[in-house]
Design a protein around this ligand. Sequence first.
Ligand SMILES: *[C@@H]1O[C@H](CO)[C@@H](O)[C@H](O)[C@H]1NC(C)=O
Ligand SMILES: *[C@@H]1O[C@H](CO)[C@@H](O)[C@H](O)[C@H]1NC(C)=O
Ligand SMILES: *[C@@H]1O[C@H](CO)[C@@H](O)[C@H](O)[C@H]1NC(C)=O
Ligand SMILES: *[C@@H]1O[C@H](CO)[C@@H](O)[C@H](O)[C@H]1NC(C)=O
Ligand SMILES: *[C@@H]1O[C@H](CO)[C@@H](O)[C@H](O)[C@H]1NC(C)=O
Ligand SMILES: *[C@@H]1O[C@H](CO)[C@@H](O)[C@H](O)[C@H]1NC(C)=O
Ligand SMILES: *[C@@H]1O[C@H](CO)[C@@H](O)[C@H](O)[C@H]1NC(C)=O
Ligand SMILES: *[C@@H]1O[C@H](CO)[C@@H](O)[C@H](O)[C@H]1NC(C)=O
Ligand SMILES: *[C@@H]1O[C@H](CO)[C@@H](O)[C@H](O)[C@H]1NC(C)=O
Ligand SMILES: *[C@@H]1O[C@H](CO)[C@@H](O)[C@H](O)[C@H]1NC(C)=O
Ligand SMILES: *[C@@H]1O[C@H](CO)[C@@H](O)[C@H](O)[C@H]1NC(C)=O
Length: 840
Amino acid sequence: MKILPSFFIFSFLLLLLLLLLLLPPSASQTSYYVPVDNIAVDCGTEANTDTGDRKWVGDVNTKFSPSEPPNTVNKSTVKSIISNTINEALYKTARLSRSPFTYSFPVTPGPKFIRLYFLPENYDEFHRFDAFFTVQAAHFTLLKNFSAALVADSSNKSVIPKEYCVHVVGEAPKLKITFIPSPNSYAFINGIEVVSMPENLYYSPAEQGMTTPIIGNNIALELYHRKNLGGDDIFPSQDSGMYRTWDGSNFHVTTKRAFKIHNYSISINYTTTTPNFTATDSVYQSAIILGTNRTLNSKQNLSLQLPVDVGFNYLVRLHFCQIHTNELGKQRIFTVFINRRNITVVDIDSVNTPSYEDYNVPMAAGNESFILVDLHPLPSESFDVILNGYEVFKQSNGTNLAVPNPVVALAPEDKPVAKNSNATVIIAAVCSSVGFAILFSIVGFVVIWKQSKKKTKRRKKKKKTREDKLLPERRCRIFTFEEICEATDYFSKEREIGVGGFGAVYKGIFEDEDDLTVAIKRLNPESNQGEQEFVTEIELLSELRHFNLVSLIGYCLENKEMLLVYEFMPNGTFKDHLYDTSNSLLPWRKRLEICVGAARGLDYLHTGFDRPIIHRDVKTTNILLDENWVARVSDFGMSKLGQTNTAVSTAVKGTWGYLDPEYHRRLKVTEKSDVFSFGVILFEVLCGRKPLDPLAGEEKFKLTLWAKKCLEKGNVYEIIDPNLKGKISCDCLKQYLELATTCINDHSKNRPRMKEVEEKLRFILKLQEEADGDCSDTDLSYPEEPFSPIRSSRSSLRTESYKSHIATMLSGSDFTASSLMSEEMFSEHSSGSVAYSRKT
Ligand SMILES: *[C@@H]1O[C@H](CO)[C@@H](O)[C@H](O)[C@H]1NC(C)=O
Ligand SMILES: *[C@@H]1O[C@H](CO)[C@@H](O)[C@H](O)[C@H]1NC(C)=O
Ligand SMILES: *[C@@H]1O[C@H](CO)[C@@H](O)[C@H](O)[C@H]1NC(C)=O
Ligand SMILES: *[C@@H]1O[C@H](CO)[C@@H](O)[C@H](O)[C@H]1NC(C)=O
Ligand SMILES: *[C@@H]1O[C@H](CO)[C@@H](O)[C@H](O)[C@H]1NC(C)=O
Ligand SMILES: *[C@@H]1O[C@H](CO)[C@@H](O)[C@H](O)[C@H]1NC(C)=O
Ligand SMILES: *[C@@H]1O[C@H](CO)[C@@H](O)[C@H](O)[C@H]1NC(C)=O
Ligand SMILES: *[C@@H]1O[C@H](CO)[C@@H](O)[C@H](O)[C@H]1NC(C)=O
Ligand SMILES: *[C@@H]1O[C@H](CO)[C@@H](O)[C@H](O)[C@H]1NC(C)=O
Ligand SMILES: *[C@@H]1O[C@H](CO)[C@@H](O)[C@H](O)[C@H]1NC(C)=O
Ligand SMILES: *[C@@H]1O[C@H](CO)[C@@H](O)[C@H](O)[C@H]1NC(C)=O
């Protein structure tokens, strides 16, 4: 009996020994650099968190718990906000305090990255606009009287990640990071990282050349920009060991004619001056260039405009590497201008050898707040420039890195309705947590309120207006009926802009608020059903904030009148630009972009919350278009909170022509019902006709049936909107039809999820863009090619091909930016022999 356990222990030890012998020393094989100190703390939790990219240790009752001065009255506390809009584990919890607190990390001497992560949200009694605090690390002031909410709102961001570099000195030092609230404020933090970096990555060893700036140990750095040009986003886990993020967007590039190139099969030959940890391979494997037209290039620059804060010196690092062996790999010589001064001439010759150049750029107070970088080609083999990436750091002025909070100004055109930014995602600080409560108190106290209304109205209105000015668009406003009447000209016919399922929609203008324009939905007072939906809509809308959803500004509940006040969408409904309209019809790519946006909005409804929210009435008249033609899904009046796996069954709602056939059979509504309706939209968009058209004849009456029939016969071109004939590339059309067909599969389990629909649509858009090159819509004409019959099948969605394509755009926030961005594709070289190698 005793032999058995010891036998097991013995064999276990043997196995362990074997494993240790067989396994190579971990990490060294795959990573370029292994940081000695590698600390990642998820603040506000006891648990260890895994964000996929990285494992985080909690700061509650762990060795990383912060300390507080003795006799602290208001000890720091921790909060979690599970239902926040950022679906990332790191941001689900935070540490908050009205008194100072200090993290003390044992580290080795040397340069370190310090990364701080902030999600400015309402954490119960800690309101997002009340947080102002100072952060000190070692003896540097990183942030002073910092308001994450103001920074987020002014930069259209929902989270604020900050990266600093600090050189830690001393024997067995402790790196102390202290959070000090401003008077009557609080400090908070969601996550902290401390990661070692190689000694001479950014900090300069003494003997470094004269031309490069000296970043001595007495200087701290703050990252402003780190971009991978021509390629994808590089996530922390993909970096060369230091968990840096390289942003794949190129919206700082102001040159209109610039080309992205890449060669992911080239192996980068690092050197002693550019060691393999400098940047990860994929930074050097992609780049932007001006192109191969020498005449054109001699007359242009590759220009960057990098926003910074004035009053500091900056370290600008440009990364270069030739990546092709064909004519694009030819020698490039170019002048680097910084802030319009001829700084140096760079000669990039040998293929696959990376290099970088550092520049010290003083930005005196009072100057423009952009660093201008111009690369101008000089006569050489190629007469071209190349830039693979860049990094921009602010250098501390003495021990200070802090800048004042941005002033979030309310310009006249900066009206709440017009904002279509990521910032709206986090609006509703008040709405989300307090809005619903307010609603109930209003209902509860409506009698009392009514009685005292007359007296207080004037005063109340004034006060509210002032508050709203201070905190634009952060509030679920409550409007008085009188205000609404004035804004809608007493619900005049001229102001009516539509009739929805449960009442009319009016255009409202608040004259004493810089003509703030809104859409006001007036609920039919007779319909009881509507009342329930009204409440549902408020409940939902006060929580839902997304770039692709129409936001609720406020509401009015008075005298049995129930009104919802929405952002005004100047370009009306999607349908209004597809058919049966006097508007000009949307071109194909625009239609695709709008579909991508709508899919994204719906995906947010389905997956952005703990419980999926089913729209139930997805149709082209519920997809609205804002002033930038961005799709905004509207009308959640029909939505019901569903639960995963258990479908909801209620009375029939929705619109004929869009209804999920499975609903008829099983009386169940799921997210896949929205996918079905979306599939109908995809056909509507391609065919330019309504889903049910009694005038089209029996065979063509129902769009989906007719389309399916034609596709099965291979008569693809029969169904296409005549206005789109010749405008759609064959590749694009094929993928689009496959997607649309899978969406309207009779069986919900065979339909893709909304996320997959969105990804596939991005891929389809990309195919079209590649095919179009820089041709304008008018000179396009794609030949009709024979199609093999298309039947709906799921498997086609599972291809890898589009996954890689969409990777760049997946990060979200700037997908509209990227379509505006210059991304020409060498279509002028019809031979196609050059440069643009497709990643498929
Ligand atoms: C990076 O360079 C170091 C030193 O030159 C070398 O030891 C290491 O193996 C290299 N790593 C990779 C992944 O090539
Ligand atoms: C503790 O917090 C309360 C508000 O919650 C504040 O009024 C008070 O001044 C704080 N005390 C200290 C010593 O910061
Ligand atoms: C902190 O910043 C806010 C707004 O930027 C300002 O109103 C406040 O006076 C500042 N407080 C301190 C102590 O500087
Ligand atoms: C934020 O979004 C608004 C509206 O789209 C835009 O006007 C503004 O320039 C954006 N701000 C930044 C910093 O990107
Ligand atoms: C890498 O660079 C070295 C010189 O820096 C050169 O000798 C070697 O041939 C290069 N290797 C490749 C694969 O290009
Ligand atoms: C280069 O661009 C110029 C001006 O657009 C054009 O006239 C010329 O044909 C182009 N050259 C080539 C080789 O494409
Ligand atoms: C640094 O701070 C000093 C004093 O506030 C100021 O005069 C100077 O312009 C700042 N900037 C630089 C780059 O030295
Ligand atoms: C990409 O790099 C590989 C490896 O160096 C090379 O063989 C290939 O020709 C390159 N592709 C182009 C288009 O230059
Ligand atoms: C910054 O200001 C100084 C002096 O006012 C001026 O000489 C310099 O050209 C300016 N730089 C830029 C980029 O405007
Ligand atoms: C290129 O940039 C430099 C420096 O800003 C400027 O002087 C020059 O006029 C630019 N050239 C062109 C063709 O834009
Ligand atoms: C910039 O200066 C260098 C020499 O300092 C010169 O060779 C080069 O031609 C200049 N570039 C331009 C565009 O004038």
